[in-house]
Design a binder for this molecule. Structure first.
Ligand code: SF4
Length: 409
């Protein structure tokens, strides 16, 4: 068992990462996971881990609380249930790839050929380096950061480097048939700058020229894609076969495996075929009929899952915190439900971080709560707003909200 202890590495299924509650394994499921297989994965998470399943902001499925002896059993279970998993350099695709009637290309099929090509190319890049392929549908990946971004544009792909849709450096467009070649060459630029190099670092130090040179004869001049409305996974999505997908959210990005097994049962009764994790800490239930959507939505809500995009729990982003993470100074995740109930008056994101590292959220927040020496540093709109005991946190939030309300009207 290769137990990856290095923070910043990716906790793949074959190399789970040590955390405060045991080993954490990421299951990079490819395509739709059949309901029986997903129920089996949940049961395996209970049998071999602590029963906590997470879906991250990037849409990765994670199983927590494994032991060195039990982690291989989880991997065996994933294989036995026939869950296809990706290995190697992560290639993210839009969560309805191949099913979305509005997509311009099937990003999943393209990702498979990119992965196969990378597997034979033996390019070694930083553990967190990633590639993203966006098929151009409504559940796009504009908010995700990636070292290499390919986004469907016209009959080709727009290429950008080192960021999300706004912050990445655009290079131009390529023909669809050059995608695999282009990704290989761009990652080779990274690999050539050392085992920890990331695209944004290369851009900062050398600009985009090394990347442009690497694929000069493939590039076609083209503007970056226009800004799109935010992708919203929660709710109903049309599929190609006239069926629907229902997106539900995991509160604060995690759920008990038993809850998800109950969801599978409800989904089965609704005629669903399977599930796909999605960016935004969501799970898409695939293949339901329009008549079954209301009962499935009600069932998911009864299980405590998020079924409305405006659910206040979605505004609170909390890392696992204590005791799950050994660096944590406060129980961030455990505090999150009460904080979500207390921040109704706040507009914008609330970030609860177990320590100053701030793993869960990199952007701005209306309210940031950071654990330090067992207490909470508060920042309102990025400005320090006190240091309070955990026991008085909710009271302090209410006081800050009242001040904010008075100031902003
Ligand atoms: S922010 Fe700190 S406490 Fe939270 S997961 Fe990251 S390292 Fe752990």
């Amino acid at each position: 068992m290769n137990v990856a202890l290095r923070r910043g590495a990716c906790p793949a299924l074959a190399a789970p990462m040590a955390t405060g509650d045991g080993l954490l394994a990421r299951v990079m499921a490819v395509g739709t996971v059949a309901l029986d297989a997903f129920a089996g994965l949940c049961a395996a998470a209970r049998a071999h881990g602590n029963g906590v399943i997470e879906i991250t902001a990037r849409g990765s499925l994670q199983v927590r609380g494994l032991a060195p002896e039990s982690a291989p059993l989880l991997a065996d279970a994933v294989a036995a249930f026939g869950i296809g998993v990706a290995h190697g350099i992560p290639v993210a695709v839009d969560p309805l790839a191949g099913l979305d009637p509005q997509e311009m290309i099937d990003a999943g099929a393209l990702a498979t050929s990119v992965c196969n090509s990378l597997a034979t190319a033996s390019i070694r890049v930083a553990p967190k380096a990633s590639v993203l392929i966006d098929g151009g549908g409504p559940l796009h990946l504009d908010a995700l950061v990636a070292d290499v971004r390919l986004c469907a544009q016209g009959d080709g792909l727009h290429v950008a480097i080192g960021g999300d849709a706004v912050s990445a450096t655009p290079l131009g467009a390529i023909a669809l048939e050059h995608a695999t070649q282009a990704v290989g060459r761009l990652l080779a630029v990274l690999a050539g700058r050392g085992p920890a190099a990331r695209a944004r670092d290369v851009i900062r130090a050398e600009g985009a020229d090394p990347f442009r040179r690497a694929m000069a004869e493939l590039l076609i001049e083209a503007p970056a894609p226009a800004a799109r409305p935010s992708a919203e996974p929660i709710g109903i999505h049309a599929l190609r076969d006239d069926r629907l997908a229902l997106g539900v959210g995991l509160p604060f990005g995690h759920a008990n495996a038993l809850t998800l097994e109950q969801l599978v049962e409800t989904a089965r009764q609704a005629g669903a075929a399977g599930v796909r994790p999605a960016p935004g800490r969501a799970l898409l239930i695939i293949g339901i009929g329009a008549d079954a959507a209301p009962s499935l939505t009600a069932g998911a809500e009864r299980l405590g899952l998020i079924v409305e995009s405006c659910d206040p729990r979605r505004r609170v982003i909390a890392c696992p915190g204590a005791p799950i993470c050994s660096s944590a100074q406060i129980p961030a995740r455990a505090l999150a439900p009460a904080i979500a109930a207390a921040v109704a008056a706040w507009r914008g994101t609330v970030h609860v971080s177990g320590c100053a590292k701030g793993c869960a959220h990199r952007g701005a927040a209306a309210l940031t709560i950071v654990g330090r020496d067992g207490r909470c540093d508060l920042l309102a709109d990025g400005v320090p707003a006190g240091n309070v005991a955990v026991e008085t946190l909710l009271h302090s939030i209410a006081r800050l909200a009242a001040h904010r309300e008075a100031a902003h009207g």
